[in-house]
Design a binder for this molecule. Structure first.
Ligand code: FEO
Length: 396
């Protein structure tokens, strides 16, 4: 673990996990991740903001000891998920007089997930403050980023916002502040797509409260600290907006090449109509890249062969995932090849319960795509172009 100064008296204690490749047994981590705790030494009291993943708890404790932290008065818990709270039991054992400071909902979750005693808690309400002497912590309840109990902690005198998972990224780096904005943007967008996108509406409300704060630094629970808060706030405002881009995402699987031919034909037809296309072969695609592409795309076309009587299982997974992530796509369609029949379109349509896109007429063909089916794909490309024109993504 590393211990670095964010502002005088405020330190980042980050457990860097360069080698982790999967999170929540679901999310690929091409760049590893970090679990960030923060220590704040006030003139009278000391607070630890969040802990780290339990796999790193010995590193956290040995760092606190090595750095001469002989007492912690308060452990502020912004979020109960175990990658931030999992080392709390060990911290409470090591510092038996310390109290856990959090909101009522988070307290309930922590007791259930970590089997903690109720008398270790101090519960706070929205906008309550806690004095550490010369430093003041203000708590901002911000549910659904991305659990129901999440909150933010604002260090008033230093103008630092500890934002829990919000504004974070799965990116392990030895830099406290990352200056490469392209890397920062991509990693943050990927994280937003995988973790925050389903809660776009909640985040919109929180952004107004955050915008009213005077912030110099945003210190999230994963990845580097933001010393240019405008950059990440502007990116989030773009992603949570209602605007979409002139893009079509095509998650596809092909068993014997027919569906692949259809994807290739549609891709070219869309490009010829001035539309950007992002095809993903779901047998090899990184689901994080698929999720990221769904942040802005106006349209998704699901391309699948029919296996037995329905869509290919990899496409069922991709559709379930996309629906769960609740992107703001406005239009959707289905294309693919079948052997003898099936209910592929019905199955996939029934899975889009959250997205609720306007469905453009699917193109399903038996066996090889021939002239009639390529005409169908051209018609679909025309439909998509017309819809994109109607919402101003293409010139009339
Ligand atoms: Fe990084 Fe929701 O925990």
């Amino acid at each position: 673990m590393v211990f670095r100064t964010v502002t005088p008296g405020c330190y980042s204690i980050a457990a860097l996990d360069f080698d982790r490749r999967l999170f929540d047994a679901l999310i690929p981590l091409p760049d590893g991740t970090s679990y960030n705790a923060y220590l704040i030494r006030g003139s009278q009291k000391t607070a630890l903001i969040d802990t780290v993943d339990p796999s790193k708890e010995l590193e956290l404790v040995s760092d606190l000891v090595r750095l001469g932290v002989d007492s912690i008065d308060y452990v502020i818990i912004n979020h109960a998920e175990q990658d931030h709270s999992g080392s709390l039991p060990m911290v409470l054992e090591l510092f038996p007089s310390s109290k856990v400071v959090t909101n009522e909902k988070c307290k309930d979750l922590l007791i259930h997930h970590l089997d903690l005693e109720e008398d270790r808690f101090i519960t706070i309400k929205d906008r309550e403050t806690l004095s550490l002497g010369n430093k003041t912590l203000e708590f901002i309840i911000a549910p659904w980023v991305h659990w129901p109990e999440t909150m933010l902690t604002y260090l008033r005198e230093d103008r630092v916002l500890f934002s829990c998972d919000l504004f974070g990224m799965h990116y392990a780096t030895s830099d406290l502040f990352l200056k490469d904005e392209k890397t920062l943007y991509t990693a943050a967008k990927r994280y937003y797509a995988e973790i925050m996108m389903p809660f776009r509406a909640s985040i919109k409300g929180h952004m107004e409260k955050i915008g009213a704060l005077d912030i110099e630094i945003i210190a999230p629970s994963h990845g580097p600290v933001h010393n240019n808060p405008g950059f990440i706030l502007n990116a989030y405002n773009e992603w949570i907006s209602d605007s979409v881009k002139n893009e079509v995402v095509i998650p596809y699987v092909s068993m014997h090449g027919s569906t692949r031919k259809m994807v290739d034909h549609l891709t070219i037809a869309l490009i010829e109509r001035g539309i950007a296309v992002k095809p993903f072969d779901m047998t090899v695609a990184d689901t994080g890249n698929l999720a990221m592409s769904l942040v802005d795309a106006a349209t998704v076309v699901i391309a699948t062969p029919t296996v037995l009587f329905g869509p290919h299982p990899q496409i069922v997974y991709a559709t379930y995932l996309a629906n769960m992530l609740h992107p703001k796509v406005k239009f959707a369609s289905i294309i693919g090849s079948y052997g003898w029949g099936g209910k592929t379109t019905d199955v996939l349509k029934a899975m889009m319960t959250h997205i609720k896109p306007e469905l453009l007429e699917p193109v399903l063909v038996q066996g090889l795509p021939r002239e009639a089916s390529t005409r169908g794909l051209d018609r679909l490309a025309d439909d998509i172009a017309r819809k994109h024109k109607e919402i101003g993504l293409l010139p009339p």
